[in-house]
Design a protein around this ligand. Structure first.
Ligand code: ZN
Length: 84
């Protein structure tokens, strides 16, 4: 009787499918946060475009290198300020 109970408990305490579900949820959560942040950066860049401030550093107001903007159009700072 005792061994049978042990087996039953062992199966119950290792819910394999639940572990897999948790892992997948965590991965999806991380990517959706990344996507959210990226969206906010793009929206901020569009607002700067509306105000005629696009392509200028948020911190010092200098023009951002064209190469930098081509690499990441939503970039918010120039080379100098990025390093700080
Ligand atoms: Zn700057």
């Amino acid at each position: 009787m005792k061994p049978r109970m042990g087996q039953g408990l062992g199966r119950a305490t290792t819910p394999h499918s639940a572990d897999t579900d948790m892992g997948e949820t965590q991965i999806i959560g991380a990517t959706s946060i990344d996507r959210n942040r990226e969206l906010q950066r793009v929206e901020a860049a569009l607002k700067r475009l509306e105000r005629g401030q696009f392509g200028h550093c948020l911190y010092c107001g200098d023009r951002i290198d064209l190469e930098r903007l081509q690499h990441d159009p939503a970039v918010e700072s120039c080379d100098t300020c990025e390093e700080d």
